[in-house]
Write a protein that binds this ligand. Structure first.
Ligand code: CUA
Length: 419
């Protein structure tokens, strides 16, 4: 009964596919890009830096060469199929014509054509490899150095030029803030397995390999907010191992550095911690779907402005909850894995440094937007958000860590206050 409907549908689908394929073939250099939504967060087509642009241009060269080959081969094939098809009953049983060894002119022509196609692709490829490998000699002096280390499943970023007495280099997690218009030279490391560093709109991918120093450079042409992604399978939560790159004008970048160099903000010194009775009022956390997105929309419209707002303290913060959250951070042993400069008990280096976690736009390895609700979702059940993560496997489970609804709210208040 349903066959006619099905076949009508599949005809429409086939037509749509054909149109899409024809459109894809015509894409390079054409303004339909936006109509095809190829300007998403992780677009390699709509790029904003010289390294990614070199890679995109190379893609176009390859696309055009293969498109020409496709048209020539397709035309010859179509011609042969039509011209030499069996037209009558007699043709179908005819003896094949005498077989020759080939035509020297055609063979030489094919070989030359193939060599030419290869040269057209190889020249920009080799140039691109040298260009993207390291900061060009003329720009070397102005390059800013950063070290990026892959962990299962998050990224650590260190700024070796910014040394903090007693702590070493300035360290952040999941968000790489850089000056725009300046080449960034990134040393790539891994703490466990192989990862790969990729910011599609700026540069990538280069593998992060244990015990091996790889490097990559990138430049953001203007201030912006970029999405990055681990691009090498590295375990069960590989697909959600993300990060952000925030490019700022030099003066804003320096202001950011100054605020990050300072120890954690003590939101309300001397505040009395909230009592258990005072925190008991909080309802349990709402349940989140297994695959519910952690993108709240706050960072969609104007992500850089949303990020800037995260740098400022929340006017509604509650000193008593923050003070209790600070106590809980030690009581629940969070402090053994995370560093918070300015909190003497928080000196762990297994997890991301959290000194200024409240000023970041994302948490949980870039998977969730950093809002109080999403942060509470993360600490409420880390395993549901990022399966296999170390905070759950080596923290919550063996140490039997349980958080009441009140504990969660206090911890979130404390962490969000760390601007
Ligand atoms: Cu790290 Cu995939």
């Amino acid at each position: 009964m349903r066959w006619p409907i099905l076949s009508a549908k599949s005809t429409a689908l086939r037509a749509k596919t054909a149109i899409a394929l024809a459109g894809a073939a015509l894409l390079p250099g054409c303004s339909w890009i936006r109509a095809f939504d190829l300007n998403g967060h992780q677009s390699t087509i709509d790029v904003e830096g010289p390294v990614a642009r070199t890679q995109t241009n190379l893609f176009y060269v390859t696309c055009w060469v293969t498109l020409v080959l496709f048209i020539i081969v397709g035309a010859v094939l179509a011609y042969a199929m039509v011209r030499f098809r069996a037209k009558t009953e007699a043709d179908e049983h005819a003896v094949p014509p005498p077989q020759g060894h080939g035509n020297p002119l055609v063979e030489v022509g094919l070989i030359s054509g193939a060599v030419l196609a290869l040269v057209i692709i190889a020249v920009p490829t080799v140039k691109g490899i040298f260009y993207t490998y390291d900061v060009p000699e003329v720009q070397k002096g102005e390059a800013y150095q950063v070290t990026a280390t892959g962990y299962q499943w998050w990224f650590k970023f260190e700024y070796p030029a910014e040394q903090i007495a007693g702590h070493g280099a300035l360290t952040t997690g999941n968000e790489l803030v850089i000056p725009a218009g300046r080449p960034i030279h990134i040393n790539l490391r891994s703490m466990d397995v192989m990862h790969s560093f990729w910011v599609p709109k700026l540069a990538g991918k280069v593998d992060m390999i244990p015990n091996r120093a790889n490097l990559l450079w990138l430049e953001a042409e203007h201030p912006g907010y970029y999405w990055g992604q681990c691009a090498e399978f590295c375990g069960e939560s590989h697909a959600v191992m993300r990060f952000r790159v925030i490019a700022l004008a030099p003066s804003e970048f320096n202001a950011w550095l100054n605020s990050q160099m300072a120890p954690a903000r003590d939101a309300h010194p001397g505040a009395q911690p909230a009592t258990a009775e005072a925190t008991a009022q909080f309802a349990s956390v709402r349940s989140f779907g297994q695959n519910e997105t952690g993108a709240t929309g706050a960072f969609e419209v104007s992500p850089l402005d949303a990020w800037r707002r995260k740098q400022l303290p929340d006017s509604n913060e509650d000193p008593a909850l923050i003070a209790r959250g600070r106590e809980l951070f030690s009581e629940k042993t969070c402090s053994t894995c995370h560093t918070i400069r300015g909190n003497p008990s928080a000196v762990g280096i297994v997890g991301p440094e959290l000194t200024h976690v409240g000023s970041r736009s994302s948490i949980a390895g870039g998977l969730l937007d950093n809002t109080p609700e999403q942060l509470r979702r993360w600490i409420h059940n880390p395993e549901a958000v990022k399966p296999g993560n170390k905070m759950w496997v080596t923290g919550y489970v063996p140490n039997h860590i349980t958080l009441s609804a009140g504990d969660e709210v206090c911890l979130v208040s404390y962490l969000e206050s760390l601007k």
